[in-house]
Design a protein around this ligand. Structure first.
Ligand code: SAM
Length: 222
């Protein structure tokens, strides 16, 4: 990438931070700092690279999407990270949100069900130097028990109900953030905090995600 193009993307990133994040209430400095550092243009398909900082989700391979910048920041803020946490992400996709989380957590494990996306993200995150992210292939509705427990879990696809295995892999006081289908009209973002082994639920607004497909999610049609 030419120096001029790289500096145009850096300017677009600063604008995104101001207009799409700060302006809409994202105030956590760790989240803003991470969003300012991750080059989103290197996580999107060539054909939509000029839209890397647009205020929307964008297509990636296999009919999936990289979430809108605001959604990535909003979910990261809900996880209440300080930099010391062990985080599980379900739905690696491009690896962008995992890269953002890796800058505000100690380690990120991320699970993707589609082989092609898990392979792409592994290669991309390694190449870009995100050394504290481990990409796994599998059904993330089962969590990733081998590395549990987690301080925080972020699910970046829309589920049906809270997947119990994910809640069970949370530490006491841990947060699970997940969009869930509400009434056929869309999804609501939920945060479940583990308090004395029980979920304390908060509903935090409407969003739109591709489906979470798995044993504790939607049935696969493919
Ligand atoms: N976090 C991603 C990023 O930054 O690019 C965006 C994720 S995209 C909105 C949702 C992803 O969840 C898709 O890649 C999809 O294949 C994946 N997915 C859906 N169901 C899953 C499951 N049960 N386990 C793991 N990944 C799943």
């Amino acid at each position: 990438m030419s120096e001029q193009l790289a500096s145009e993307f850096a300017a677009a990133r600063r604008e995104m931070l101001e207009d799409q994040l700060r302006h809409r209430g994202i105030s956590n400095q760790l989240v803003l700092g991470a969003m300012a550092r991750v080059p989103r243009e290197l996580f999107v398909l060539d054909e939509v690279r000029d839209l890397a900082y647009a205020d929307c989700a964008l297509p990636i391979r296999a009919g999936q999407t990289i979430s809108q910048p605001f959604t990535v920041a909003f979910m990261a803020e809900l996880l209440q990270l300080t930099g010391r946490e062990h985080v599980l992400e379900i739905g690696t996709g491009s690896g962008y949100a995992a890269a953002v989380l890796s800058l505000i957590a100690q380690h990120v494990d991320t699970v993707e069900r589609l082989t092609i996306l898990a392979a792409d993200a592994t290669e991309r995150l390694e190449r870009l130097g995100y050394t504290n992210v481990s990409v796994h292939e599998g059904d993330g509705t089962l969590g990733w028990p081998a590395a549990a427990p987690y301080d925080a879990i972020s699910v970046t696809a829309g589920g049906t109900t809270m997947p119990l295995p994910l809640f069970e892999q949370l530490k006491e006081g841990g947060r699970l953030v997940i969009p869930l289908q509400s009434d056929g009209r869309g999804q609501q973002m939920w945060r479940f905090t583990r308090r004395q082994g029980q979920p304390e639920a908060e509903c935090l607004g409407s969003f739109s995600f591709v489906p979470l497909i798995g044993i504790h999610g939607w049935d696969a049609k493919d």
